[in-house]
Design a protein around this ligand. Sequence first.
Ligand SMILES: [Zn+2]
Length: 100
Amino acid sequence: MPRQFPHDDARGQSLATSVPEDVTPADRCPFCDRPFPTERLCALHLGERHDDALDETERDRYESANDTETDELFVYHLKIVAAFICTFFGFTYVYVFVWI
Ligand SMILES: [Zn+2]
């Protein structure tokens, strides 16, 4: 039976996060008690939802986590563009060498 952790979303509506019995959350939000599987996700949540209540250490953690998230998103976008280009040229070569 998963454990339920009630918390409020950004609009103030009550939500519940389910955590399986055999999983221990890596970190919890000190303001809304929401559990997170990694400390980085908790730092991102703190910066996005409780920005006005952060101290200097929490703000540094958020900025570091946000930089890492931005870099990973940029690399993901590069991979998507590369996949589109490879698919385009792959179909072009197939068209040229097979059907012409
Ligand atoms: Zn929170």
